[in-house]
Design a protein around this ligand. Structure first.
Ligand code: ACO
Length: 238
C-alpha cells in the first residue's frame, strides 16, 4: 500500500498479523457485534482470546500514531475439526483405514469498515491456509457464507476457494431463514473427487482394470487352448 511519508510516497505494509490475545477481548466482541448479523456467546470470545480449541489471527495497523497501533482492525477465527465428523467428508480423499484426517473450519472473518479493500482479509485467509498446510493430516479449509454476502463470496473465490454447495435455510436470524454457501480450499494437492487429478486417477484405474480383464481373458483362452505358455509370466508382471 502507498502512503505519504514526509515528502515522499512510499510503498510499505503497515499491517501485521498476530494471534488474538486476552487484551483484545473487548474490541473483538465489539467488532463482531458491529459486523455480523449473528450474536456470539461470550464463551466464544473467551475461547478465542485464550486459544481454547480455536486458532485466531488479529490484524493491526502498526503505523497508527494515536497509541492504538496494537488495536485490532481485523481478525479471523478457526477451528480444527475431524474430517470424518464434518459435513464435507464426502468431498475428500477420505479413507477410514488411513490417518485421522482433519480440516480447518473458518468460524469468523472480519475487517473494520475503514480498513476494507486493502487486502487485510486476504492476508488473514492466507495465514489460515498456511496454518492448515502445516498440519500433516489437514486436507482442506472450509466455511459457510450467508447467501447475500457478495463481498465475502468474491473474496473467497479470489482466494481460490470453491463454492461446493448451497444449504437452503442454513441460518436462522431474527426468525428468518437464510441460505448459505459452503466454500472449500483443498490444501497440499488434496482434491474433491471431481478434480481433474482425481478423474485422471479414476480413468487410469479403469484402463488398468480393463487391461487386466482382457489379459485374464486371454490367459483363460490360452489355458483352454493350451498355448502361449510364456504369456503366463508376463501376466503376473502386470
Ligand atoms: N464487493 C465485491 N467484492 C468485494 C467487496 C465488495 N464491496 N469488498 C471486497 N471484495 C472482495 C473482492 O474480491 C476483493 O478483491 P479485489 O480487491 O481484487 O477486487 C477482495 O474482496 C478484497 O479483499 P480484501 O481487501 O482482502 O478484503 P477486506 O479486507 O476488505 O475484507 C471482508 C473483506 C472480510 C468480507 C469485509 O468486507 C468484512 O469484514 N465484511 C463484514 C464481515 C463479513 O462479511 N465477513 C465474512 C463472512 S464469512 C465468514 O465469516 C466465514
Amino acid at each position: 500500500m502507498w502512503r505519504l511519508m514526509g515528502h515522499k510516497w512510499e510503498e510499505r505494509s503497515f499491517y501485521s498479523y498476530r494471534p488474538v490475545r486476552p487484551s483484545d477481548l473487548e474490541i473483538l466482541e465489539r467488532i463482531h457485534g458491529d459486523i455480523f448479523p449473528i450474536r456470539y456467546e461470550s464463551e466464544f470470545f473467551q475461547n478465542v482470546v485464550h486459544g481454547r480449541g480455536i486458532v485466531s489471527w488479529a490484524a493491526v495497523d502498526h503505523s497508527r500514531d494515536d497509541g492504538r497501533s496494537d488495536e485490532l482492525i481485523g481478525f479471523v477465527t478457526a477451528r480444527v475439526v475431524l474430517a470424518k465428523d464434518s459435513e464435507i467428508v464426502d468431498l475428500l480423499n477420505y479413507n477410514s483405514a488411513d490417518t485421522e484426517w482433519s480440516l480447518v473450519y473458518i468460524l469468523t472473518l472480519g475487517v473494520i469498515d475503514s480498513y476494507r479493500n486493502l487486502g487485510i482479509a486476504s492476508s488473514l485467509i492466507l495465514e489460515v491456509i498456511k496454518y492448515a498446510s502445516s498440519i500433516p493430516t489437514c486436507q482442506a479449509v472450509y466455511l459457510h457464507v450467508i447467501s447475500y454476502n457478495i463481498p465475502a463470496m468474491h473474496l473467497y473465490k479470489k482466494m481460490s476457494f470453491k463454492c461446493i454447495r448451497k444449504l437452503p435455510g442454513f441460518y436462522l436470524i431474527d426468525g428468518q431463514h437464510y441460505d448459505s454457501y459452503l466454500f472449500v480450499y483443498f490444501v497440499k494437492g488434496c482434491r474433491s473427487p471431481c478434480s481433474p487429478l482425481k478423474l485422471l486417477m479414476v480413468v487410469m484405474r479403469y484402463i488398468r482394470i480393463g487391461f487386466q480383464s482382457i489379459t485374464a481373458k486371454l490367459w483363460n483362452d490360452e489355458r483352454k487352448v493350451g498355448r502361449w505358455s510364456r504369456c503366463k509370466e508376463a501376466h503376473s508382471l502386470i
